[in-house]
Design a binder for this molecule. Structure first.
Ligand code: FRU
Length: 504
């Protein structure tokens, strides 16, 4: 880190020391989800396990709770339960990243960690910042121990990208393939279509453009955060497309996030087919996957979205922080579709256990883990909290911010929370209304509820809903319907050490 970097990192430290207490006092502070020490968080970055240590970096704006000036924050853990905050290894200290150390990835190699990110620059002047006025470079930084990083090295600049692209190109994801390396970058083309650029390298330093990966039909104007990976012999391209028209059951949020199945060889003529959304809730975007040292492919998403203002809110911003990451989810493949399920490590946080009976309200504290199974062809209503319902009936799953007495009212209605009728919803969602998914018969349901963030997994992760909610009272859960068995555990907190006295 150069002199300017050290100065900035010290200023961040100061900000964290001053603001941390307010954030720590917030009852909506999360217990088993990673969140920013103070300020704003967005995408997970640089997910990797090296020498046993999991690294979770994240887009971090410590000085602005609404997300200006992006740096990378850094958490490490050996077990996904005990975390250490390691500060801000990458801040805006070079000309080529002066307006943001944007998203990227990490790669473990020969005991070292290599980080690739986007250096964002917005030139001063009268520009549209699409075709003109923006610089987006791929930057590499290496570390011997995953904690102290060397010099930033510029690998690709706007001059290296194809002519038919706008200046929106970013979010490198690098992976090994045979003896070489592949990199995908997300982009916006001049013809108004989103696409991914594939580059190749033998040494991680010099990169050659190989081809473009895009859909046969236009699919949004910008593809952010691409991630190309193999699971059980099938290849998938995950990305977060912007500009898809909203539908009743798909693309319900301002921006979407999901994956294509890659048919054929992605390096030559492989094509992108069958887009599936990762998540159907109100708050999910820009996930990244990585393979850990046990061989599992894990996904972590941003439990939030950009550009939601005017639709819904996150009141924690008034308490000095905003947004969080999802729990790590293990991916498995079934018939070309990906399932996501919380890593089993989290079960160690389960405390007091209760058996739930239909129709009986149960105190669930501030955070719980609920597992239930249903009778065949069953129906179900779960009141997760007063004002937040999950319902399943005949192939349709609905999450709605309503009171229990109005159960069923969400089904069959149009989009809410964006305009007309939004008043009908409970204040718990701060403007969030209804989200829906088509689903096969519901056999099992898992709900992870954490003070102000809930993740709902249908049929072991065939369908997932991730949503923020802001209860004022301890949660009281009630099930109604054809429940076979239901167990609930109150959840303890993970340990997140924020040692702000540690040497930088
Ligand atoms: C996705 C994203 C990325 C970008 C980063 C900036 O949420 O817009 O494309 O690199 O956030 O914070």
């Amino acid at each position: 880190m150069n002199k300017e970097g050290k100065r900035l990192a010290e200023r961040v430290r100061q900000e964290e020391r001053e603001k941390l207490e307010v954030v720590c006092r917030d009852p909506w502070r999360l217990r088993f989800h990673l969140m920013p020490p103070v300020g704003w968080l967005n995408d997970p970055n640089g997910l990797v396990q090296a020498d046993g240590v999991y690294h979770v970096f994240f887009q971090y704006s410590p000085f602005d709770v609404n997300g200006k000036d992006k740096f990378w924050g850094h958490y490490t853990s050996r077990d996904l339960l005990n975390w250490d905050y390691q500060g801000t290894p990458f801040v805006t200290d070079e000309d080529f990243d002066r307006n943001g150390v944007y998203s990227g990835c990490a790669l473990a190699r020969d005991g070292k960690v290599a980080v690739f990110y986007t250096g964002n620059v917005k030139l001063e002047g009268d520009y549209d910042y699409i075709l003109e006025g923006r610089r987006a470079s791929v930057v590499l930084v290496e570390s011997g121990d995953g904690l102290r990083f060397g010099e930033k090295r510029l690998l690709l600049t706007n001059e290296d990208y194809p002519e038919d692209y706008t200046q929106h190109i970013r979010d490198p994801k690098v992976f090994r393939l045979g003896d070489g390396y592949e990199m995908v970058l997300g982009g916006r083309k001049k013809n108004g279509c989103g696409a991914v650029l594939l580059y190749e390298s033998d040494d991680l330093i010099s990169w050659h453009f190989r081809r473009e990966l895009t859909s046969a039909q236009p699919f949004g104007y910008m593809w952010e955060c691409p991630d190309l990976f193999e699971l059980d012999g099938e290849w998938f391209l995950s990305l977060s497309p912007q500009g898809l028209p909203r539908e009743e059951y798909r693309f319900q949020n301002v921006y979407a996030s999901g994956y294509f199945a890659v048919r054929g060889d992605f390096r030559t003529d492989g094509s992108l087919e069958d887009f599936s959304e990762w998540d159907k809730g109100f708050d999910f975007y820009a996930p990244q996957t990585f393979q850990d040292e046990t061989g599992r492919r894990l996904l972590i998403g941003w439990a939030g979205l950009p550009d939601i203002s005017g639709e819904y809110e996150n009141p924690t911003a008034e308490r000095g922080w905003q947004h969080a990451l999802t729990v790590p989810r293990q991916l498995t493949q079934r018939d070309g579709r990906l399932l996501q399920y919380p890593v089993p490590e989290l079960e160690a946080l389960r405390g007091e256990e209760k058996r739930l009976l239909p129709g009986v309200e149960t105190d669930a504290g501030a955070a719980f883990d609920l597992e239930l199974s249903l009778e065949e062809e069953g129906k179900l209503t779960v009141r997760i909290a007063e004002g937040l319902l999950f319902e399943y009936n005949d192939g349709e799953a609905v999450l709605s911010f309503r009171d229990g007495d109005e159960a069923g009212a969400g089904i069959g209605e149009g989009r809410e929370g964006t305009g007309e009728g939004a008043e009908a919803f409970s204040g718990l969602g701060r403007g969030r209304g209804v989200r829906k998914a088509k689903s096969g018969a519901l056999k099992t349901l898992r709900i992870l509820a954490d003070t102000s963030l809930v993740e709902i997994y249908l049929n072991r992760g065939e369908t997932v809903f991730t949503t923020r909610f802001y209860p004022e009272r301890p949660l009281r859960v009630r099930l109604d319907g054809d429940v076979k068995e239901a167990r609930l555990w109150k959840m303890r907190a993970m340990q997140v050490r924020l040692d702000l006295e540690k040497e930088l």
